[in-house]
Design a protein around this ligand. Sequence first.
Ligand SMILES: NC(=O)c1ccc[n+]([C@@H]2O[C@H](COP(=O)([O-])OP(=O)(O)OC[C@H]3O[C@@H](n4cnc5c(N)ncnc54)[C@H](OP(=O)(O)O)[C@@H]3O)[C@@H](O)[C@H]2O)c1
Length: 392
Amino acid sequence: MTRKRVVVLGATGSVGRTALAVISEHPDLFSVEALVAGHDVDALAQLARSYRPKMVAIADEAGALALKSALSGTGIETGAGPQAVIDAACIDCDIVVAGIVGTSGLLPTFAAVKQGRMIALANKECLVCAGDAFMAGAEYYGSRILPLDSEHNALFQVLDGQDKKFVTKMTLTASGGPFRKWSKEAIDSASVEQALAHPNWSMGPKITIDSASMMNKGLELIEAHHIFGIPAERLDVLIHPQSIIHGLISFADGSVSAGMAMPDMRVPTAHCLAYPERITSGVVPLDLAAIGQLSFERPDLVRFPALALAHQALAAGGVMPAVMNAANEVAVQTFLNGQCAFGAISDIVFAVMEQAVGWTVGERSIERYLAVDVDARRIARDIITHYATMRL
Ligand SMILES: NC(=O)c1ccc[n+]([C@@H]2O[C@H](COP(=O)([O-])OP(=O)(O)OC[C@H]3O[C@@H](n4cnc5c(N)ncnc54)[C@H](OP(=O)(O)O)[C@@H]3O)[C@@H](O)[C@H]2O)c1
């Protein structure tokens, strides 16, 4: 494989650090060109000293001076604020790891798309918020989108260029999260600590809460719809607690192919970074005999209403996925701040979606979807303020 130049957006987070860990395994194959983070100046500066990029950028303008002084004398260019983040995302490279969390990642990632870059896309909220505009932009600018999310990565590998007209169903598996066997009442009053205790995956706080509510699987359904161009009725979710099979594709002749791997993000990350070649990821080989049994269950939409809301948003199309995503981001942060109950997350999302019935997309642009995102966040915050005592 010829040496690849990599930009990591969200370098200080779980996805970003996983990408850097894989890169560290192959110092001869990769160079790091730029690193981007949100607020954590110290962590970003430390990574910059290790990986020696040309540029680092922090979204939080207040971190400008601290970042500059932490890296003075290194020759590494520093920047702060939204434009600096976009400049770093656009620096010349072979692949951009899109690992910013939430809709904050949309503009920087799309800026890289506009440069025609190959994108290893983890930041699923980009596609949930503005999937049709994002994918149309990728096609227009010649940007290849490689799914880094484990389920979509497995499906991408299983599909392997086959014509999707032969695909009768794409199934995303879900571990079921920490509340798989809990009653609805217990789930609704779960603590932050309980919701953050994911059984199989170690990830950032937002996606971990989304996994506990199963909103994550809902976001992934919408992500799959846009990445693979598969309609909602041919997308399915299956609970698989061992997280060994990540995705299944059913074909017209009755064949079903499964994408399997250890539940470790280094696997899809290595796949994306090396694509179309293969490199080692540092993950132990899959030993099915040691695992013994793989089991499966249907998802329970009553105990996990967030997944039902995502099905509704996907079916409704238009602005509804963007509305749901924005409301969910606000609600999850409110829960993480200890200001609402776990069960209130889906109540808030539902209430915002109800208010958005009848909203039209108009022009399908990134800017339009971001405007919808802003409106939905405002409504979510109003609802939270209005029902401040809801389920507290
Ligand atoms: N973690 C996983 O295993 C996994 C798997 C599949 C998909 N994903 C998806 O990947 C994305 C990242 O997840 P994560 O778990 O890695 O999250 P995380 O650990 O919370 O990391 C988020 C990263 O985004 C940065 N960030 C936050 N706001 C920013 C902004 N406005 N501008 C620039 N950077 C910003 C953070 O910087 P600071 O540290 O400075 O705040 C951090 O580097 C999410 O969309 C998630 O759904 C994650």
